[in-house]
Ligand binder design. Structure first.
Ligand SMILES: [Zn+2]
Length: 190
């Protein structure tokens, strides 16, 4: 039995020919390539599986909630330590997000052949929004050091922005997972 893999979403089809249309992402059969990788070859598998994008994306994924938590603790305790903690974590997030975005574009070109599946466009749009929000909040706090201590409207804006950014990070993770895992689930349902 031959194995055919969709370059766009990773869906694997077994049969003499690739399917007319990918049942997962809907692209035509020209996106299917013959799967020839030998299972059990660790180094080859590592080279195929290790990608900068999923690895680097854990930095904003982990540090954004830490920054948001420090901000909440600052508002509860009034301790300036949490003000710096929230800001420094946000600075690291703002440095990591462009790396994640560029690595994602690179992986999309390299691994998925720049396939025009909608999920990639959604991810790109969400990532650009996240980038703008993280940089916006970071620069605002850098220019106004007492921004989160004074209270009032800027604090509510910051709460809102953290909520929005966390939603974006969660959605980006969700769509990333969909690209990587959906074919596995589709395979198991058959
Ligand atoms: Zn596909």
């Amino acid at each position: 039995m031959k194995r055919w893999r969709c370059k766009a979403c990773g869906y694997v089809h077994e049969g003499a020919q690739p399917p007319e249309v990918c049942p997962v992402c809907g692209l035509d059969r020209s996106y299917f390539i013959r799967e020839t990788s030998v299972p059990g070859n660790f180094l080859r598998e590592l080279r195929e599986v290790f990608l900068l994008h999923p690895v680097s994306s854990h930095f904003p994924l982990a540090l954004l909630p830490v920054s948001a938590l420090a901000f909440v603790l600052l508002r509860i305790t009034g301790d300036a330590f949490y003000d710096r903690a929230a800001f420094y974590a946000l600075v690291i997030v703002s440095l990591a997000v462009p790396v994640v975005l560029l690595a994602g574009l690179r992986d999309w070109q390299r691994r998925y052949d720049g396939a025009p599946a909608p999920v990639f466009f959604i991810k790109r749009a969400l990532a650009l929004c996240l980038c703008a929000l993280v940089w916006g909040l970071c620069l605002w706090r850098a220019m106004v050091p007492e921004l989160w201590i004074r209270g009032g409207l800027p604090v509510w804006c910051t709460f809102f922005l953290y909520g929005l950014m966390l939603c974006l990070v969660a959605l980006l993770g969700h769509f990333g997972g969909k690209i990587v895992y959906r074919w596995t689930l589709a395979d198991k349902r058959d």
